[in-house]
Design a protein around this ligand. Structure first.
Ligand code: NAD
Length: 475
């Protein structure tokens, strides 16, 4: 084979791309990582997971400070210094992306601040951000280009007032009236940020439920709180028209009864899903196939239909989650290094970072019912948790889905503060094939919210210490 410029070319330096590049380098491969940003990070670090979580932390502080009055401590109204808040959020991003830049250097990875297009199945055209263009031949390539926001079905709206999540996280301003379109992850998380900062938030969701597909009892806990935080939550509602005018965006909203109303909003956030990013990649030049929905087709080793080309993360399949991308990236790197591995997780956990957080792993009740999977459910209400009481947050819920024959843990669902941290135990239980007795006999520290998982496990036998719900005797 003719000499190539790099053993592994990784296109896109988000959590999938940089995890793949780092492991490939750790395994002794010579790696080139290509991304238009000056440092790795991708949408997640620059315009997604990290800035949103920084702002959600502030939102939680504001919300907490309000509820302190119920416990005898009264704070004044917060004064929002938008510029300072923005700069703190940007500092968080810069610190993390700068750290990744250091890790690139330590691993002696070639970093190209550029975009890449396939010329053929062995060569990329590299367009440097500075302007120059060159070629890069590779032994293997990993496509990790992620996803972008789906457009709204209302035609073109030429106005900065219409934001996608990236624009909303810039935090240009805190609008008085914000319309959020879409009651999924992004709409709920960013809606929470703006509502806490003082915007009157109206959210419209097309389906009858927030977070469609997620178990209703978990979503119910969140919905109850959002009803207090948001100005309006409108279900089975869509936006039919949108027009920019001087004082805002004029929006025609249609509710479940077909009734239409026209409203003006200072800003609108569109969060109606995301699509895989493949345009401009020249996939056709390399012969890489996509499916009907635009995802790059891959096998269990993340290999595309072209032998030397892999795809990982949002561009390859759902769920579009950073932690899934990182693990797929590591699998692709190992496969390229000659290891016999595949991406076969027992579960990919999901977390919605609202207040309260919602997290789940493994089988959900919704899925179990839809697919007629034999299961039993044990619920532990946080009203019975000492730790939740000390936080003033007895509104949470922890539940386990178990196999009724073996009591093996099939799924874990949590709604409550810190659910995103707590779910890791559920992931481990599912990956390790633990059963309810394993979880119930593992001593959990007191008083902590983690005990709700232990008690839900005890509840499988009808013997939860803090919650009396004896097991029904079988007839
Ligand atoms: P989503 O799929 O989570 O939610 C989109 C929502 O918009 C759905 O509820 C859908 O019914 C609704 N919708 C669609 N068209 C509509 C319309 N015309 N009018 C009103 N409602 C409409 O998508 P998202 O919130 O844009 O997020 C995209 C993806 O990004 C998520 O699926 C997730 O994988 C990822 N993400 C994850 C996190 C996290 O892990 N915490 C956070 C943000 C985003």
């Amino acid at each position: 084979m003719a000499k190539v410029d790099t053993q592994v070319a990784v296109i896109g330096a988000g959590p999938g791309g940089y995890a793949a590049a780092f492991l490939a380098a750790d395994l002794g491969l010579q790696v080139t990582l290509i991304d238009p940003e000056p440092n790795p990070g991708g949408v997640c670090l620059y315009r997604g997971c990290i800035p949103s979580k920084a702002l959600l932390h502030i939102a939680a502080q504001i919300i907490e400070s309000r509820s302190a009055k119920d416990h005898g401590v009264v704070f004044g109204s917060p004064k929002i210094q938008t510029a300072k808040l923005r700069s703190w959020k940007n500092d968080v991003v810069a610190k993390l992306t700068g750290g990744l830049g250091q890790l690139v250097k330590q691993r002696r990875i070639q970093y190209r601040q550029a975009t890449a297009t396939f010329e053929d199945h062995r060569t990329l055209t590299i367009k440097e951000t500075g302007g120059s263009t060159g070629k890069l031949s590779f032994e293997n390539a990993i496509i990790a280009t992620g996803s972008h926001a789906s457009p709204l079905p209302v035609g073109k709206v030429d106005s900065d007032r219409l934001m996608d999540s990236s624009a909303a996280l810039e935090l240009d301003t805190v609008p008085q009236k914000l319309l959020v379109i879409g009651g999924g992850y992004i709409g709920l998380e960013i809606g929470t940020v703006y509502a806490a900062l003082g915007s009157k938030v109206t959210l419209v969701e097309m389906t009858p439920n927030l977070l469609p597909g997620v178990d209703r009892d978990l979503v119910g806990v969140l919905q109850k709180r959002l009803t207090g935080l948001f100005e309006q939550l409108l279900l089975e509602t869509t936006v039919k028209e949108m027009k920019a005018q001087k004082n805002g965006l004029r929006v025609v909203i249609e509710g479940p009864d077909g009734q239409r109303q026209t409203r003006i909003f200072e800003r609108v956030l569109a969060a109606v899903g995301r699509r895989p990013t493949t345009s401009g990649l020249g996939l056709e030049n390399a012969g890489v196939q996509t499916d009907k929905r635009g995802f790059i087709r891959v096998d269990g080793q993340q290999r595309t239909n072209v032998d030397a080309i892999f795809a990982i993360g949002d561009v390859a399949d759902e769920p579009m989650l950073a932690h899934k991308a990182s693990h797929q990236g590591r699998v692709a790197a190992e496969v390229i290094a000659g290891r016999k591995v595949a991406f076969e997780p027992a579960t990919i956990p999901a977390v919605v970072f609202t207040d309260p957080e919602i997290a789940w792993a493994g089988l959900t009740e919704t899925e179990a019912k839809a697919k007629n999977i034999d299961h039993s459910v044990s619920r532990f209400p946080w009203a019975a948790s000492g730790r939740a009481a000390t936080l003033g947050r007895g509104d949470g819920l922890t539940k386990l889905l178990v196999d009724p024959r073996t009591e093996r843990i099939l799924g874990v669902g949590i709604a409550g503060v810190g659910a995103g941290e707590l779910i890791a135990e559920g992931v481990l239980a599912i990956e390790m094939g633990a059963n309810a007795t394993d979880l119930g006999l593992s001593i959990h520290p007191h008083p902590t919210l983690s005990e709700t998982i232990m008690e839900a496990a005890e509840g499988v036998h009808g013997t939860a210490t803090s919650y009396y719900r004896p097991k029904k005797k079988s007839k």
